[in-house]
Design a protein around this ligand. Structure first.
Ligand code: PLP
Length: 386
């Protein structure tokens, strides 16, 4: 048996993306070259830029290609901080549940660049505490260089109130960055309608290739670069453009926007079925964030009395892939910072699994997983008693 329930980690490339990528790999030319070969590739890259811009509701000139979502997050948080610092603003404000690409960048800015980092908490449903942000802005709004809040959380799938964050930030003209890696292609998302300053996307979460991301950055805004070189991408991200991956990203983005409604409806159906039945088979299990607006494909379940790493390995031995929320640092497993921020203690934060669905997920896969779960949880609990 082979059941993949870890689509939020990465999901298979769609056929259209594989075709676009392989076709492009056979072509010759650096998109920055002025000769005919180079111009032909550049034309295709610019076509892809237009497709991605249309899919995310921004101008083509606002699309900056990067090597990953992680890189786009780093460029945005560091660049917007440095731009604010030059104006005497020193605070970096992020939610306590950000992906490590933002969280660790925030810690780095505090440790090495003189930033003061403030984490805004979430409630027990995993929703950003807007009261805390309002209070901070009313006291220290003119000191804030950048606010970064993710569109939806990668562990719980909980969708965050970004429009409200933008509204609060507007009073003090604070730039807002939003990590939309998990939301793009899953729920409606428009850069221009949200009104954020910068937005991060990643191709491999929507059926595109690994190792290609986008930073959408408001037109005419200049921020310091991390990489220096050929001056590509508005001099914000130097490096020869990765034409095959860019074309594949555009193909996946087009498809995910076109198929959006039907696929999401199916995924939501499967997710809700799983949520309903998991507590039938494991009565003391509970689903984190179940009462908040959530992405269609993520379900985060705590199984009291277990260790998530053990469960992950037991499920893996049965052919089922899912994920724990915890991060591994120097070989030591740390409980998920997301669940701790939601009020879990260390022990329950370590007893949680994330199951995430994709376009290929089926109800039969959920049936088979739920059939196996009672014996896996029982064995997990026994191992935990030893
Ligand atoms: C919310 C979020 N941000 C950023 C990233 C990093 O993206 P990439 O894998 O393209 O570096 C991920 C990937 O897991 C993510 O879930």
């Amino acid at each position: 048996m082979s059941i993949y329930l870890d689509h939020a980690a990465t999901t298979p490339m769609v056929d259209a993306a594989i075709e676009a990528m392989t076709a492009q790999m056979k072509k010759l030319g650096n998109p920055s070259s002025l000769h005919t070969h180079g111009r032909a590739i550049r034309k295709e890259v610019e076509g892809a830029r237009e497709i991605i811009a249309a899919a995310v509701g921004c101008l083509p000139s606002e699309v900056i290609f990067t090597g990953s979502g992680t890189e786009a997050d780093n460029i945005a948080l560091k660049g917007l901080f440095w731009a604010g610092q030059a104006l005497g603003r020193n605070l970096v404000v992020i939610s306590a549940i950000e992906h490590h690409a933002i969280l660790d960048t925030g810690y780095w800015l505090a440790a090495h660049e003189g930033a003061e980092l403030v984490l805004i908490g979430v409630d027990s449903h995993g929703l950003l505490n807007l009261g805390e942000l309002t209070d901070l802005i009313s006291r220290r709004g003119d000191e804030i260089a950048v606010i970064s809040v993710m569109a939806s959380n990668n562990e719980t799938g909980v969708i965050q109130p970004i429009a409200e964050v933008v509204e609060l930030a507007r009073i003090n003209s604070i730039p807002v960055h939003c990590d939309a890696v998990q939301s793009f292609g899953k729920v409606p998302l428009s850069f221009s309608e949200l009104g954020v300053t910068a937005l991060t996307l990643s191709a491999h979460k929507i059926g595109g290739p690994l190792g290609i991301g986008v930073l959408v950055l408001r037109r005419a805004l200049e921020i310091p670069a991390l990489l220096h070189g050929g001056g590509q991408e508005r001099e914000i991200r130097s490096g020869t453009l990765n034409a095959p991956s860019i074309l594949a990203f555009a193909a996946a983005a087009k498809e995910s926007v076109e198929r959006f409604g039907l696929r999401n409806f199916r995924m939501e159906e499967i997710r809700d079925d799983f949520a309903k039945r998991v507590v039938d088979v494991i009565p003391d299990a509970y689903i984190n964030g179940i009462d908040a607006p959530r992405l269609p494909g993520i379900i985060n379940v705590t199984f009291p009395g277990t260790e998530s790493e053990t469960l992950l390995l037991l499920l893996d031995a049965e052919g089922i892939s899912c994920s724990t929320g915890s991060a591994c640092s120097a070989g030591v497993q740390r409980p998920s910072h997301v669940l701790l921020a939601m009020g879990h203690d260390d022990r329950s934060a370590r007893s949680t699994l994330r199951f995430s669905l994709g376009a290929s997920s089926t109800l039969e896969e959920i049936d088979e997983t739920l059939d196996l779960l009672p014996s896996v949880i029982e064995r997990g609990r026994m191992a935990n008693l030893r």
